[in-house]
Design a protein around this ligand. Structure first.
Ligand code: SF4
Ligand code: FES
Length: 262
């Protein structure tokens, strides 16, 4: 196949970007999308031109780094498929393909198709972990987890932190990502201990990093390559309400004690 590519080129975070046209010749249907870009880059290098910068690592759908918007859709046209797992057999000869980076306030462009997604790492650093002592391996096996909870935790933990949900959301919201991370810990006995603190810290960090709010567009769910459902956002909201109610109850109890002391 011969294809026409329109690729976002941007020299640096403060430079103006633009779409540039490239011809991709003799593209095999067996190639992955990234392999097709590799071939285009080899041609550019041979001509002494700057190759297209794009993020990639595992190339098997597990690391979440291959962040590209293809023809306006984060990760391209195939459902539940990352860019690295997308194959050229889904395109036909003479197709025009537009390739852009994630577009979101919280993900500034570093170069060409590479964006800075460290804002997602900051949300995890805020409390996306368990810090209480959970014992050794025998304790892990001895603490029974109901089947439904184990399945929910497993489904939520499928999130690879790619950020497609943010890129797809008109508000640039990271609610789906944060909800998946909060849920996979909140439903397990080991994670419940810090659940209230976790939801408060992670949502606060999410807002601090410039992500927008969720207004139920569901674009995140449609773009997610791992099938993370918006029902996890409902779980996040329930966890948040529980945590805030505990804080207000503690505050009321403290004020009642203070009033009786006075
Ligand atoms: S929820 Fe889905 S789209 Fe969002 S970061 Fe996780 S895997 Fe990517
Ligand atoms: S390169 Fe790892 S998910 Fe695409």
């Amino acid at each position: 196949m011969n294809l026409t590519l329109y690729v976002w080129r941007q020299k640096g975070p403060k430079e103006r970007g633009r779409l540039e046209q490239y011809e991709a010749r003799n593209v095999s249907t067996e190639m992955s999308f990234l392999e097709m870009l590799d071939v285009v880059n080899e041609d550019l290098i041979k001509k002494g031109a700057e190759p297209i910068a794009f993020d990639h690592d595992c190339r098997e759908g597990i690391c979440g780094t291959c962040s590209q918007v293809i023809n306006g859709v984060p990760h391209g046209p195939q459902e539940r498929t990352t860019v690295c797992q997308l194959h050229m057999r889904h395109y036909k000869d003479s197709d025009a393909i537009y390739i852009e980076p994630w577009r979101a306030k919280a993900f500034p462009v570093i170069k060409d198709l590479i964006v800075d997604r460290s804002a997602l790492d900051s949300i995890i650093q805020a409390c996306g972990y368990i810090s209480v002592h959970t014992g050794g391996v025998p304790d892990g096996n001895a603490i029974l987890v109901p089947r439904h909870d184990a399945d929910t935790a497993m489904d939520a933990s499928e999130c690879i932190g790619c950020g497609a949900c943010v890129a797809a959301c008109p508000n640039g919201s990271a609610m789906l990502f944060t909800a998946a991370k909060i849920t996979h810990l909140a439903v397990l006995p080991q994670g419940k201990v810090e659940a209230k603190k976790r939801v408060c810290l992670m949502t606060e960090e999410m807002m601090r990093k410039g992500f927008g709010n969720c207004t139920n567009h569901y674009e995140c769910q449609a773009a997610c390559p791992k099938g993370i459902k918006v029902s996890f956002i409902a779980k996040l909201n329930r966890e948040f309400i529980k945590a805030v109610n505990v804080v207000s109850e503690t505050d009321s109890a403290a004020s009642a004690t203070m009033s009786s002391d006075q």
